[in-house]
Design a protein around this ligand. Structure first.
Ligand code: DON
Length: 588
């Protein structure tokens, strides 16, 4: 026994010695141990998957190990999240995927956002008095857009993957049919949403025990109907969801719940491959999601504005720094409310909005000594709109990087946690409430306090405006160095902004960049939201500059990011929400 211990200690000693030697002899690019960092990433020299849920990250990492590329791993992770993270991972929702193809040095954007059904119309969420009926817009079956997730994941696999549908869906089918162990996060989250989910027969049956009790950590959770739906997709591809039995089940649910989606709507669902919106920030270049997401445009616009200031000199999270960020956010979100919508229905002035000269004029409107008042920044609205911005844990982001250098960064969602709470009886999955991301009435706020107008009005087949911002940052040699994204509704874009500023101006490693306290402003309501860790002195300074600081801190988003330095990938799962995990690809 003693001999064994001595031998293993010696081996350990050798390992430590050889690893320190290899660090000492490798090029600076390969050194990842930043002694000044308080947070450290997971490192791999092969591939990496980072997602909100550990089992789903492992599914992706296993696909990489089996020889799949980043796209195969992303599709497998996406389907696995539909099983293991039902509040946000989904078959009944939609999202956006950014893919970087290493051999072509090209980034493409896959839009699989939900589409409004043919039966939708501009005034569908107004009551007889002309007021927005938020219950209808957020929690009825009519709040569901035609789901895009299955189309989007299969499109990505078909165009850019290397494995078969069966191979990438198999782990999800197994997780659904044989079950997996409920963790604290899922148990808590189902508990928090139990009132809403209990009010729909199928949702109650799918997500709670037979007697209606909550699943506890350690319980095994089996989803037999969902596994059948996944098997139909594995066997029939797109038709396993948009036609045949699954489509019939969706339409029957619509009839029972007074929803709008028809067989024709499902057959007509289209994934759109778009050009990403790209820009630059100091010596970096970046690409992100174009409309119908507002994310890419406003991320680049805010960076363009901020490029005119020496943020580094102000100091990270100082009041001067936060003041300038807030003012850039204020201008950008004001523009969002007027110009942004589905580009297939409304012309979006993308080039003007991301123009550096336009950003310069906006930067000149920023007074370093005074906060502006939001209603003066955009004069189109004469009334202050003071809807509270709320966020629960709904959308989810994941990033994948393979050893060939291909990248997928993907955000998908049901909108609110568990969407509208309505599960499709017999099919085992929940429906989204993404129709609330349209502007139900000019000037009235959606679930995230966002205001919109005609450009984002409801129309059949149109896609609601989104804030989802999967992003890839490139260095001055045009090599990708960071893939990131987050949930958080309206706060997603400002979270991506801070990830980029932390990584560039402040040279933080990815784990440090992730952990830093964040702030948010979105023009209306005119309030600075902040996380714990922004000091009382800083908040006091912000108030004296004239900012309306929110009464209490909140948690902003949950980024799942990967960065690259030399031959190393560094993954960081956001510690803000339980259960997230960065899993490196195993060596064979
Ligand atoms: O597309 C959007 O912008 C929203 N439906 C995203 C919702 C969201 O991020 C919720 N997550 N916390």
């Amino acid at each position: 026994m003693k001999i064994k211990v001595a031998i293993s200690t010696a081996i350990l000693g050798l390992l430590v010695l050889s690893s320190s030697l290899s660090i000492a002899t490798s090029s600076p690019d390969n050194i990842f141990l930043d002694k000044n960092a308080r947070f450290h990433p997971v490192i791999s020299q092969l591939g990496m998957v980072v997602s909100q849920e550990a089992i789903a990250s492992q599914v992706g990492a296993d696909i990489l190990e089996a020889g799949g590329n980043a796209i195969d791993a992303a599709v497998a992770t996406g389907f696995a999240l539909a099983v293991t993270l039902p509040r946000a991972g989904n078959l009944g929702g939609g999202g956006f995927m950014l893919v970087y193809l290493a051999d072509k040095n090209k980034t493409i954007a896959i839009d699989y956002r939900e589409m409004a059904p043919m039966g939708a119309n501009k005034d569908m969420f107004l009551d007889p008095q002309g007021k927005v009926d938020n219950q209808k817009a957020r929690f009825s079956a009519q709040s569901s857009g035609v789901p895009g997730t299955v189309g989007g994941l299969l499109y990505a696999l078909d165009e850019y993957g290397s494995l078969s549908i069966e191979e990438v869906i198999k782990p999800a089918i197994k997780l659904a049919s044989q079950g997996f162990m409920i963790n604290h996060d899922l148990s808590d989250s189902l508990h928090l949403s139990s009132k809403r989910l209990h009010s729909h027969k199928a949702s109650k049956r799918y997500f709670y025990k037979e007697n209606g009790d909550n699943y506890l950590p350690g319980d095994v959770f089996i989803q037999a109907d969902l596994s059948q739906t996944l098997s139909r997709i594995a066997e029939q591809g797109r038709s396993g969801f948009y036609a045949g039995k699954t489509a019939d089940l969706i339409v029957s649910q619509m009839k029972r719940s007074n929803g709008l989606i028809t067989l024709k709507d499902l057959a007509n669902y289209r994934v759109v491959e778009r050009q990403p919106v790209c820009g630059s920030y100091r010596q970096h270049r970046l690409c992100a999601m174009p409309p119908p997401s507002s994310g890419g445009i406003h991320l680049i616009q805010m960076l363009n504005i901020l490029e005119n200031f020496d943020l580094k000199k102000m100091g990270h999270n100082s009041s001067a720094y936060i003041h300038h960020l807030v003012e850039a956010m204020r201008s950008s979100y004001a523009d969002r409310s007027l110009y942004l919508g589905d580009p297939d229905f409304t012309p979006v002035p993308v080039n003007q909005l991301i123009d550096k000269a336009y950003a310069k004029t906006l930067s000149e409107q920023i007074n370093s000594q005074h906060a502006r008042i939001s209603k003066d920044v955009y004069p189109g609205l004469d009334k202050w709109i003071s809807s509270e911005v709320t966020e629960s844990e709904e959308t989810t982001h994941f990033s994948v990087w393979d050893k060939q250098g291909n990248i997928v960064t993907n955000t998908f969602t049901l909108n609110f946690a568990y969407g509208n709470g309505i599960a499709v009886e017999g099919a085992g999955f929940l429906l989204n409430n993404e129709m609330d991301d349209f502007s139900a009435k000019p000037g009235s706020a959606n679930g995230y306090g966002l205001i919109g107008g005609a450009a984002n009005a409801i129309q059949p087949k149109k896609r609601p405006l989104s804030s989802m911002t999967p992003t890839i940052l490139f260095n001055s040699h045009n090599k990708p160095v960071l893939a990131t994204g987050s949930p958080g509704g309206s706060t997603i874009i400002t979270i991506a902004l801070q990830m980029i500023l932390n990584s560039t101006d402040f040279n933080m490693g990815i784990a440090e960049a992730t952990a830093m306290p964040r702030i948010h402003h979105q023009w209306l309501p005119d309030a600075v939201y902040y996380e714990n860790g922004i000091s009382p002195d800083t908040l006091k300074n912000l108030k004296s500059l004239g900012h309306h600081v929110s009464s209490k801190p909140r948690v902003l988003g949950s980024t799942q990011s990967i960065s690259r330095k030399g031959n190393n990938l560094a993954g960081s799962a956001d510690p803000r929400r339980q259960g997230a995990s960065a899993i490196p690809q195993k060596t064979k």
